[in-house]
Design a protein around this ligand. Structure first.
Ligand SMILES: Nc1ncnc2c1ncn2[C@@H]1O[C@H](COP(=O)(O)OP(=O)(O)O)[C@@H](O)[C@H]1O
Ligand SMILES: CSC[C@H]1O[C@H](OP(=O)(O)O)[C@H](O)[C@@H]1O
Length: 389
């Protein structure tokens, strides 16, 4: 039977599962700070060994029981972590155990690392972050695509990772609600005029509709599905991706776009002189992604992989998608239901300035996505500082 764990029940479960030695002295703390789930950290005080038990609730934690949400997301998360581990084991936490009924994943404790969002807010640069994320995205994308795996096997994976409830959250919160006057939106009263202008922007809505359609229909590669900087643990040396409960088969540019957007949002929260490391991370992510993907491409058994231009087409589509999806993420994190601390923790005047900037930047990313290069993103940030610039 499913029941939500308490700290005491999480310890009892760890004992029952034999996750620690017989003489262990266990303590437990619920440390979840995400929007959806419970996260328990259990430590053996005698040895300092520790594990994480993550448990899905039957509703979205951030809203409460009025927003029921499938427990199946815990199974998607543990299966995605295991699938990613088969391609990039060094970039995901080890999964020790999972249970579909209890909706739990027991995994490696990564508390020695920093959540990248918090670290970036504190001014850390994480020199390997973009190299690691570029490689993570390239390898997971290639090996789960029709170019990197058996195409019949891929269809089974598409079925396994059909994730309608969590995709619906993204369809609503990322691609729809922020572009209309919807009651899930949440923004400062001072931004109302800027937001209303966005709701009346027919060009923006038409382009966003195309991006939403791609998200709804293009079953290209297995995606993490929510690859923001709060889903990444990092240090100067290591990077680990967590929280793939939104995993599904979608367009190749989606994870790249989410990651770019969250780096851009952090850049907007900083003074201009401190933004360079973020732009460097964006450009390096793209370089590593394209180089790694192109190397793997040589392994492909698909006859068209040797046709001149096919790889180039995939890479250029990925960039257009990534830039457009980044624009949607920038806008939704500014005025939608789920914000980012990078902007929300700024004092009011700076926050309003950064958020107005984010709305202009997000719009241009979406509308101009077909003609922008990766290096243009930095200039676009500068060009959208002021209205009509
Ligand atoms: N493997 C882990 N090791 C250490 N801490 C973790 C681990 N997984 C999650 N956490 C902590 O729990 C928080 C919420 O986890 P997350 O998976 O993002 O939950 P949610 O699905 O609710 O967003 C993270 O920000 C981090 O502080
Ligand atoms: C009501 S879910 C809102 C938002 O939360 C998810 O993020 P996380 O679980 O990492 O906190 C996801 O981005 C959803 O769009």
């Amino acid at each position: 039977m499913y029941e939500p764990l308490t700290e005491q029940k999480a310890i009892a479960l760890a004992v029952r599962l034999g996750l620690f030695g017989e003489d262990a002295l266990l303590s437990c703390q619920e440390i979840g700070d995400g929007n959806l789930n419970l996260v328990f950290r259990i430590v053996n005080e005698r040895t300092n060994d520790s594990i994480i038990i993550k448990q899905a609730l039957p509703y979205a934690k951030v809203v409460g029981e009025s927003w029921p949400l499938t427990l199946k997301r815990a199974t998607i998360e543990s299966q995605a972590l295991r699938t990613f581990a088969s391609y990039v084991p060094h970039y995901v936490p080890k999964v020790y155990y999972s249970d579909e009924t209890l909706a739990i994943t027991v995994m490696e404790d990564l508390s020695h690392l920093h959540i990248a969002r918090r670290g970036l807010i504190e001014g850390k640069t994480f020199p390997n972050l973009s190299t690691h994320i570029g490689e993570f995205i390239a390898k997971t994308a290639f090996y789960t695509s029709d170019f990197g795996m058996n195409q019949q096997q891929k269809k089974k994976l598409v079925q396994q990772f059909t994730n309608p409830e969590l995709c619906k959250i993204t369809e609503d919160l990322v691609f729809t609600d922020p572009f209309f006057d919807h009651d899930t939106n949440n923004f400062e009263a001072e931004l109302r005029a800027d937001v209303e202008q966005l709701w009346q922007d027919d060009v923006l809505q038409r382009e966003t509709a195309k991006l939403k359609r791609l998200f709804l229909t293009k079953a290209d590669v297995l995606l993490h599905g929510d690859l923001h900087t709060g889903s990444i643990f990092a240090s100067d040396e290591e990077t680990k991706v967590i929280d793939p409960e939104f995993a599904f088969y979608g367009p190749i540019g989606f994870d790249l776009g989410q990651f770019f957007a969250n780096l851009l949002l952090n850049a907007l929260s900083r003074h201009e002189r401190d933004r360079e490391p973020l732009f460097a991370h964006i450009e390096n992510t793209w370089d590593v992604f394209t180089r790694t993907f192109a190397e793997l491409w040589r392994e492909s058994n698909e006859p068209y992989a040797r046709t001149c231009g096919v790889l180039d087409d995939i890479i250029s589509d990925a960039l257009v998608e990534a830039i457009g999806f980044a624009g949607c993420e920038v806008i939704r994190r500014t005025i939608g239901l789920a914000h980012v601390a990078d902007l929300d923790e700024l004092p009011l005047e700076r926050r309003l300035h950064a958020k107005r900037h984010a709305l202009r930047l997000g719009r241009e990313l979406i509308v101009q996505r077909n003609t922008l290069t990766i290096k243009d993103l930095k200039h676009l940030v500068q060009q959208t500082v002021h209205v009509n610039s």
